[in-house]
Write a protein that binds this ligand. Structure first.
Ligand code: ACO
Length: 327
């Protein structure tokens, strides 16, 4: 048996409801021109009433399983990167297990904000080293709009909902997960927060929701750190693997906003046509953004056999990460 860790199938799901910039113009003092110039986002998907993170995650998982040619019951571990689980308890991964109609697997969530999917990939890699026969479902899924204040124009234009998934095994057909690098700097945590409801910012019965219930960020600081950290962790993983940016065929960064994606591409010194982005159609879907874009880039042929693909992400914590995939 080939001992490489491979991705057997990718999947994605985005809710059907589309929220356009024109819709947002009716909700807050903003304009399509401002949003597109500052973020590149034209529209984003949002859940309908009664549709939860685990529903999006389960749809993405079903697609990944189908593409892997596997039955749900073959899965041994479910890992979901999310900061917007349906509940604090049970975890989103437990709900996905239930919705897939399976049981007695190992299922847990990872809290690494927008880097959640790459953290899930690394946990999958570690588990496969311990349990070579395991079959891992790694998912990034969010209903970010649940934690977005739609009266705050500085944040509500940025985000959308979605999910992406991958099935990992040791050996078998599929792109090889060559390496993953993870990093965190908790000193910078206060620059991007969702605090309300945590034990440091509690709610009593009858309290009205405060602003801290929603995503709060210092945009310019986040921007600066996101560009710097994603570029440096991409260079670190290349160096560790004896590669250079010239070897990379596709750069697929976290879809935070177009200016960040563009700046990472420039700093990484890669041709713009090698950088994948769908932020114009989905906005920032946090942990879902990398697997959603990856699944799309594979299906549309943007990523081809033989390509070396660099994934990178950055999010609250701050957390950041990179991964190398050899197709
Ligand atoms: N519509 C119109 N005007 C707006 C809007 C809006 N939606 N939002 C802010 N403005 C105004 C501000 O009030 C400000 O007005 P003022 O000059 O009169 O005070 C002006 O536009 C400029 O505001 P800035 O915040 O300085 O705008 P900036 O150019 O920095 O762009 C943005 C803001 C898009 C958030 C940018 O800082 C950014 O991209 N930051 C990265 C953060 C990010 O993408 N976070 C995503 C989550 S984190 C993650 O995924 C890693």
């Amino acid at each position: 048996m080939n001992n490489d860790i491979v991705i057997r199938g990718f999947g994605r799901y985005a809710p059907e409801n589309v929220l356009t910039n024109a819709d947002l113009e009716k909700m807050v003092d903003t304009s399509d021109e401002w949003i597109v110039t500052r973020t590149g986002v034209k529209e984003r998907r949002i859940v309908s009433e009664g549709q939860f993170t685990s529903d999006l995650a389960t749809e993405a998982a079903r697609m990944a399983l189908k593409n892997a040619g596997m039955e749900a019951d073959e899965i041994t571990h479910i890992i979901v990167g999310t900061f917007t689980p349906d509940h604090l308890v049970p975890s989103c991964a437990c709900s996905v297990e239930q919705k897939l109609g399976i049981k007695e697997k190992a299922a847990f969530d990872i809290a690494a904000a927008c880097s959640g999917f790459l953290y899930a990939l690394e946990m999958g890699r570690a588990l496969l080293t311990l349990h070579p026969e395991a079959k891992i479902l790694a998912i990034g899924a969010e209903v970010v709009t649940h934690r977005v204040n739609f009266t705050d124009r500085t944040t509500c234009v940025l985000f959308g909902d979605g999910a992406g998934a991958a099935v990992l095994t040791k050996g078998g057909q599929g792109p090889k997960l060559m390496d993953v690098k993870l990093a965190t700097d908790g000193n910078l945590g206060s620059l991007l927060t969702v605090s309300g409801g945590g034990c440091a910012s509690t709610y009593k019965p009858g309290d009205t929701i405060r602003d801290d219930y929603f995503v709060m960020l210092q945009g310019r600081e986040v921007f600066k750190h996101a560009v710097r950290s994603m570029t440096s962790i991409c260079n670190e993983i290349l160096e560790a693997n004896g590669l250079t940016n010239k070897d990379v065929d596709v750069l697929l960064p976290h879809q935070a906003n177009w200016r960040i994606i563009d700046a990472v591409g420039r700093k990484f010194e890669i041709e713009p046509e090698k950088v994948y982005s769908n932020v114009d159609r989905f906005g920032n879907t946090s942990a879902a953004s990398v697997p959603l874009a990856l699944s799309e880039a594979v299906d549309t042929g943007f990523i081809k056999d033989g390509d070396l693909v660099m994934l990178t992400s950055f999010g609250g914590g701050f957390t950041w990460a990179s991964a190398l995939l050899q197709f």
